[in-house]
Design a protein around this ligand. Structure first.
Ligand code: ADP
Ligand code: MG
Ligand code: MG
Length: 500
């Protein structure tokens, strides 16, 4: 492309390509070499495809778009073309999924490990403290979760220097985009089956990906284990949710494939108002027996604006419904626990298979507590090599660059216990390549890096492991100069894989 084009979208039937940064291509998909006219055609086709196939989110410029389905939709941000990715490393990430699933389950059963590991964080972070309080209450009443369902997503980056697939984090609550992720692969297949010849790309190199089918299958298996034909699946949601279509993809797929299962959507406040426990522990919300509580809210402090929401969380935890996740699964997915698991000899406490342990360890990046004064000193010296993370989910919470230094120096001066709210992580640097990124009908060209997520489903009923599988992938691509990577948070676009 010669000149940066700033044509506004769809002006005169054409789509503007906005070039934000020049970069050299090192990938099989040579973005720089694609003819502008071809790009515009693909952009147009992709916008049509995403609109008619439900690759959509609520449009922030329409007020009711986060509460009323069908009102104010815009295509989800996506990459115009799939991102090249080594097949061997996708296979590696897939192999890790059942091992991580098992690990989360084992860790969740070790109440002492969870409480001990998080004991200092509890003093520094009120949100973690509230979660731990619920966990403690469950210990007091000797609550057992016999049926355990995990719908996780483990995220990775390919570190450019070492070429290693390294884990960013494990999500055990509200793992998002199982609904929309598979659609992006379909969109890219559709584009490549049409334009692949001009691009020298084969649509068959985009792997099959249907996390929404696998997550709905897992939910249906869990529902069967709960064994009450009247029970419904409760989606716990935020009051406003622009990413509602991702969630609706899951509930609609569930209902279509398993017509005998119904779903309802409720906010935590509604559950507090309409929910009760029967003497036998059955959870009833709005007059309906709940078999599975599936959380798409409750992972952030803002989800609990009052005591009402905490009451709802406690009520559900006390019930016999299957929680996805239980409070123990939720805690097992915190960043502090990730860091504790990376310490020497800790995995051995939970897993027996030496090979499994070696596989997990191979994908661990450097992780440290702020008690490690050597590392804190190094991070103050070279903050660009670290990411500082609080116990938060949902993107936009981490600390980078100079802010790492400032925050660490401040914490040192205060000399308080506040440092237990954070962990330090080795910063990963995936290789950047020029990419077309689509947002609100406009195509931007910029250097971008990707993060691979692999979904996993785990279902256990007492001693019987009913399900332990990988469930496909999520690829997210973001402008290389941006630190954070959330799609919903506005930093990244959805992508698919082009296997190399
Ligand atoms: P969250 O639970 O909020 O998603 P993450 O640990 O996934 O928290 O961090 C959010 C984003 O920050 C990631 O999607 C990634 O883009 C970036 N990030 C996190 N850890 C690292 C790291 N070690 N190196 C580089 N980028 C990182
Ligand atoms: Mg997370
Ligand atoms: Mg994340």
């Amino acid at each position: 492309m010669s000149q940066p084009s700033l044509v506004s979208p769809l002006k005169g039937g054409k789509v503007g390509v906005r070039e934000t940064q020049e970069g050299s291509s090192t990938r099989p998909i040579n973005v720089d070499g694609i003819d502008q006219e071809l790009v515009e055609k693909m952009v147009y086709d992709a916008l049509v495809w995403s609109s008619i196939h439900g690759l959509v989110v609520g449009d922030r410029s329409v007020q009711r778009s986060s509460t009323v389905p069908g009102v104010g939709m815009v295509h989800a941000p996506f990459a115009l073309l799939p991102m090249p990715f080594p097949e061997s490393q996708l296979k590696q990430a897939y192999e890790l999924a059942p091992i991580f699933n098992e690990l989360v389950d084992r860790v969740s059963l070790d109440a002492k490990f969870l409480q001990d590991s998080l004991s200092r964080t509890k003093k520094a972070d009120p949100f973690t403290s509230r979660l731990l309080d619920i966990h403690s209450k469950m210990l007091e009443i000797n609550k057992k979760e016999e049926i355990r369902l995990g719908l996780h997503r483990s995220d990775y980056m390919l570190d450019e220097q070492t070429k290693l697939l390294l884990q960013i984090e494990m999500n055990t609550i509200s793992s998002s985009f199982a609904g929309l992720s598979g659609l992006v692969g379909k969109l890219h297949r559709s584009l490549l089956s049409h334009y692949g010849e001009f691009l020298g790309l084969d649509f068959k190199r985009i792997p099959d990906n249907a996390p929404v089918s696998q997550f709905s299958a897992a939910l249906s298996r869990a529902w069967t284990e709960y064994n009450n034909p009247r029970a419904v699946v409760l989606f716990v949601v935020q009051t406003e949710e622009r990413n509602m279509y991702d969630q609706h993809w899951l509930s609609v797929t569930l209902k279509e494939k398993y017509p005998f299962i119904s779903t309802i959507r409720k906010t935590l406040a509604e559950i507090d108002a309409e929910g009760k426990l029967l003497p036998d522990g059955t959870l009833v919300v709005d007059g309906q027996v709940i078999g599975i509580v599936y959380f798409r809210a409750g992972y952030a402090p803002t989800d609990y604006p009052s005591e009402s929401e905490w009451r709802a969380r406690l009520l559900m935890e006390k019930s016999s419904a299957i929680k996805c996740p239980s409070i123990s699964y939720h805690l097992a997915g915190t960043k502090k626990i990730q860091q504790e698991l990376a310490k020497p000899n800790v995995l051995e406490r939970f897993l027996d298979d030496k090979e499994d342990i070696a596989k997990l360890r191979k994908c661990f990046a450097g992780l440290w507590s702020l008690d490690d004064l050597d590392i804190v000193r190094k991070a103050i010296e070279k903050p660009e090599l670290f990411v500082m993370k609080p116990q938060r989910e949902g993107g936009g919470n981490n600390i980078y660059g100079n802010d790492v230094r400032e925050t660490l120096v401040k914490l040192q001066k205060e000399g308080s216990e506040a440092n237990a709210a954070y962990i330090l992580m080795q910063r990963l640097f995936p290789s950047a390549s020029p990419t077309f990124l689509m947002r609100e009908g406009i195509c931007y060209k910029d250097d971008a890096v990707s993060e691979l997520g692999v979904y996993g489903a785990y279902l256990r009923n007492n001693e019987k492991v009913v399900l332990n599988d990988q469930c496909g992938y999520l690829m997210r691509t973001k402008v290389a100069s941006s630190n954070e990577g959330g799609v919903a948070a506005g930093f990244a676009v959805l992508d698919s894989l082009y296997l190399t």
